[in-house]
Design a binder for this molecule. Sequence first.
Ligand code: DAK
Length: 262
Amino acid sequence: MAYENIIFQIDGEVAVIKFNRPKALNAINTDVVKELQGVLDEVEANPAIRVVVLTGEGDKAFVAGADIAQMVKLDPLQLRDFSLALHEVGFRMEALPVPFIACVNGFALGGGTEIAMACDFIYASENAKFGQPEINLGIIPGFGGTQRLPRLVGKGMAKELCMTGVIISAQEAKEIGLVNRVFPADKLWEETMKTARLIASKGRFSVMAVKRCIDRGFNMDLRSACAMESDQFGLCMASPDGREGMTAFLEKRKPEFKGELS
Ligand code: DAK
């Protein structure tokens, strides 16, 4: 599939999805959603991809939200399709076994904060800005903002952000637990790729198991979640990578993970 609104590149074991509408601050329209679906198909079909990084073209924005200019022209059924398609993108990112890292290099507003939250974690530049300003447009977040935000930062803070529409700095976003780390703008990419490659160097199966246990376990009761963790732990221990990791430790050498399940 050819992409016009997204740049998709593979750099070793790391795939990079770059929103590429810098003139509209990388706002997400229906074409972007279609292209995201195509990119996720490629990620799913390519086992050589171990980590995916999402970022924005240019130095001003990650994604400044859904494309307001397009949204006002859509009828209710088209909006519903847009909503369902975008939600499906988020669910697929969460369901895929590879981790997604949001590398937020500027404005991440509305749908921008929301797509970043659908990633496994967020790194940001010092000049990045986050917020759910939909309330200023007379609407509410439509891509999981009222759901993923409270799970990350707590109900009170999520309500404050969604009810006021205020835009917060990267540092504030870090303080409330929305962002993992903040870097100077000129170091963000390098630091994000360093972490992406570090994760890519670990066992594929154990990285997948961590993602699965934390995401699925979060919405389960503790006993059931711990039982799931035990299952995944047993599978990891018995996998070739698990045996290699422990043997390498005992032999005082670096492990060579193959990512094979049996
Ligand atoms: N949509 C379309 N164009 C946008 C845009 C957006 N969200 N944000 C910026 N732009 C365009 C501007 O119109 C401008 O275009 P030109 O006038 O040059 O043609 C260009 O990008 C540069 O923007 P500014 O001139 O405004 O730049 P400033 O530095 O002055 O301000 C800003 C930057 C980010 C503070 C400002 O652009 C701004 O407030 N933008 C809107 C931010 C916002 O309200 N975002 C939330 C949008 S609502 C759904 C899923 C998701 C959503 C809804 C439904 N379903 C699943 C159904 C999400 C909704 C949203 O995200």
